[in-house]
Design a protein around this ligand. Sequence first.
Ligand code: ZN
Length: 198
Amino acid sequence: MKKKLDVVPSVRPSREEAERAVRTLIEYIGEAPAREGLRETPQRVVKAFDEYFHGYALDAAEVLSKTFRDVGSYDGPVLVKNIAVESRCEHHLAPFIGHAHIAYVPDGRVVGLSKLSRLVDVYASRLQTQERLTAEIAAALEKHLKPRGVAVLVEAEHFCMKLRGVGEAHALTVTTRFGGLYKKDAALREDFLKMTKA
Ligand SMILES: [Zn+2]
């Protein structure tokens, strides 16, 4: 039977197997894995992978589980700008690095501001496309916080583009996702875009 490759394997390869795979890649480029500088590289790369992809062990529901009702009479949007984004593209495993700007119009409930950057980390620390990352952040806020509106803008430089493409060294990819009031209300959307640029 043909092995299905589009499902997550039920048994994950061991750490040793992962290190062996890195060694294979080192050999593939014509290097000698046994030379001094490379001897511990497989262990280091697997350890780095643990850090890059720690998002798989995190849960957005948990990050957004604690909300607050006491916001006084404040009824405007909450915007957190310039949240650092460090992710890896699923096509080349190359980093893409930039910022996320997140706004929501609360429906009586807000989350701690630091939770928004933790939410970005949950999804950024996985193999991603910038489009999906943007959509997942918005969807998680809609699902767990149920705001009246949500807006997410991500801008990032993709190293797979920077390093390989001619003239793409400074290309910035911008993705947006709007939900609820931000979808219906053009003025609110304009405000968000203006504030993220300021
Ligand atoms: Zn890429």
